[in-house]
Design a protein around this ligand. Structure first.
Ligand SMILES: Nc1nc2c(ncn2[C@@H]2O[C@H](COP(=O)(O)OP(=O)(O)O)[C@@H](O)[C@H]2O)c(=O)[nH]1
Ligand SMILES: *[C@@H]1O[C@H](CO)[C@@H](O)[C@H](O)[C@H]1NC(C)=O
Ligand SMILES: *[C@@H]1O[C@H](CO)[C@@H](O)[C@H](O)[C@H]1NC(C)=O
Ligand SMILES: [Mg+2]
Length: 379
C-alpha cells in the first residue's frame, strides 16, 4: 500500500466511524428529549391526586403588591458552613417560585450568621429576608438528660452504623425542628412556613401559591416525599405515642390518617413518615394544645437523646393523628429533590405545564422504600 492509498482508507474509516457515532447519538438524543416517549410508557395512576385548581396559578411574571398573599414565610435552618449549598437552594426556589411571589425568607442558626452568609444569601433573594439566632435552651441538650444513658445510646448506634448515630448536634437539630422552631421570635408573625434545606433542588416551575391553596382548603400539612423510617432510631417512639393517646384520647381526630401510619389500627407503627426536609405547613398546628402537650410528653421521655427520634416521624405521627386526613396534602406538582431521592410530578400535563426537568420515570413515588402506596390506599 502506498501512502496515498493508506491515507484514503484512513479518511474513509474515520468518516464511517463519525457517521455511526453521530447517527447513534442523534437517535438517542431524539429519544431522550421527546416527552411523549418518556411519559407515555409510565403507567402511574393519577386518580388519587388532588390537583391544584386553576385559581391558584398566576400568569403575572412577578409579584404585584396588591395581589392576595398568605401569612407565610420560607424557612431555612443552616450553619455558616452550609453557605454554598444554602445559596444554591435559595437560587433555585427563587427562580422557580419566589421571584413571582416574593414571600419573605427567615434563616435560623444556633450561632450568629456571618456577614458573608448574610450578604451572599441576600444577594440571591428578591424580597425581604431576616436572620435569627436560636435561643440556647431551644437547641442544646437539656441538663435533665442522663448523659451516661445518652452516651450508651449513641455508642450503640455508632456500632450499628446508623447514619448520624453518634452525633449530638444532629439530635439537637431534630429536637429543635420537632418542638421549637415555630416558637422563634421571627416566626411569631407567620402562620405558614415552607421548610427548605441547603442542597435541595426544585425541578419544575411552581406558578401557583401553595400557601393560599392550604389556607383556602383548610389544610395543615403538605409533603412531596413519603418513606419508611429506620426502626433502630425510634425503638420506643410508638409505645410513647400510644401512652400519650391513652392519656389524651380527646386530641385524636375522628377522621385521622391512622391507616397511613399503622397497618393494624394503631397496634404498631409501620414506619411511614413524610420526609420533613420539605414541608409546607401551618405553624398554628404545631402551636396547638394537642401538639404542645404531645411534644412535651415525647421530650420528657428523653428519646431525642437516648435514641435518635427524628422530626419527620414526630411531625408525621402528629399530623396523622391530630388532623383530619383531608388536611394533609400531597403536592404532586412540586418537583423536589433532596439527595438521594426525587419526587417528579405524576401525569404528563402537570409535568409539561411545570416545565419540569426531572425524569418522571425515576420519581421516588413508587420506589420500594416509598410509602406512597400506603398514602394512596387511604385516599
Ligand atoms: N444551625 C445548624 N443547622 C443544622 C445543624 N445540623 C443540621 N442543620 C440543618 O438542619 C437541616 C437538616 O440537616 P441535614 O444535615 O441536611 O440532615 P439530613 O437531611 O437528615 O441529612 C439542614 O437545614 C441543615 O442545614 C447544626 O448543627 N446547626
Ligand atoms: C395586580 O393585581 C391586581 C389584583 O390581582 C390586578 O387587578 C392588577 O391588574 C395587577 N397589576 C399588574 C400590574 O399586574
Ligand atoms: C399571621 O399568623 C400569625 C400566627 O397565627 C398571627 O399571630 C398573625 O396575627 C397573622 N398575621 C396576619 C396579618 O394575619
Ligand atoms: Mg438535608
Amino acid at each position: 500500500m502506498n501512502t496515498t492509498t493508506r491515507y484514503v482508507l484512513l479518511v474513509f474509516f474515520v468518516l464511517i466511524g463519525l457517521h455511526s457515532i453521530l447517527s447513534f447519538t442523534h437517535e438517542d438524543y431524539g429519544r431522550a428529549t421527546s416527552l411523549s416517549n418518556i411519559v407515555h410508557k409510565i403507567t402511574w395512576d393519577t386518580s388519587t391526586l388532588d390537583p391544584i385548581p386553576q385559581e391558584y396559578y398566576s400568569d403575572i411574571p412577578a409579584s404585584n403588591v396588591t395581589s392576595r398573599r398568605a401569612n407565610a414565610t420560607i424557612l431555612m435552618l443552616a450553619r455558616n458552613s452550609d453557605l454554598d449549598s444554602a445559596v444554591r437552594s435559595v437560587r433555585e426556589l427563587e427562580d422557580r417560585f419566589n421571584r413571582r411571589f416574593q414571600y419573605p425568607w427567615v434563616f435560623l442558626n444556633e450561632e450568629p450568621f456571618s456577614d458573608e452568609f448574610k450578604t451572599r444569601i441576600s444577594n440571591v433573594i428578591s424580597g425581604p429576608v431576616s436572620f435569627g439566632l436560636i435561643p440556647h435552651d431551644h437547641w442544646f441538650q437539656p441538663d435533665w438528660i442522663d448523659e451516661e444513658k445518652a452516651t450508651v445510646g449513641r455508642n450503640k448506634m455508632l456500632e450499628d452504623n446508623i447514619i448520624y448515630g453518634g452525633s449530638v448536634p444532629y439530635r439537637n437539630m431534630c429536637r429543635f425542628n420537632s418542638g421549637f422552631f415555630y416558637r422563634h421570635d421571627l416566626l411569631q408573625q407567620y402562620k405558614w412556613y415552607w421548610r427548605v434545606e441547603p442542597d435541595v433542588h426544585f425541578h419544575c416551575d411552581i406558578d401557583f401559591d401553595p400557601f393560599l391553596y392550604m389556607e383556602d382548603n383548610d389544610k395543615v400539612y403538605g409533603f412531596t416525599i413519603t418513606m419508611y423510617e429506620y426502626d433502630k432510631t425510634i425503638r420506643t417512639l410508638w409505645d410513647t405515642v400510644k401512652e400519650f393517646i391513652n392519656d389524651h384520647p380527646e386530641f385524636i381526630s375522628e377522621e385521622n390518617a391512622m391507616g397511613y401510619i399503622s397497618d393494624n389500627g394503631g397496634e404498631s407503627y409501620n414506619l411511614c413518615h413524610f420526609w420533613s426536609n420539605f414541608e409546607i405547613a401551618s405553624m398554628d398546628f404545631w402551636r396547638s394544645e394537642a401538639y404542645t402537650k404531645y411534644f412535651e410528653f415525647l421530650d420528657s421521655k428523653g428519646g431525642f437523646y437516648y435514641e435518635r427520634w427524628g422530626d419527620a416521624p414526630v411531625h408525621s405521627i402528629a399530623a396523622a393523628l391530630f388532623a383530619r386526613k383531608d388536611q394533609i396534602h400531597f403536592f404532586n406538582e412540586i418537583g423536589y429533590e433532596h439527595n438521594p431521592y426525587t419526587h417528579c410530578p405524576r401525569g404528563e400535563e402537570v409535568w409539561q405545564r411545570g416545565r419540569c426537568s426531572c425524569n418522571p420515570s425515576r420519581s421516588f413515588d413508587y420506589d420500594g422504600y416509598s410509602c406512597m402506596r400506603q398514602w394512596d390506599r387511604i385516599q
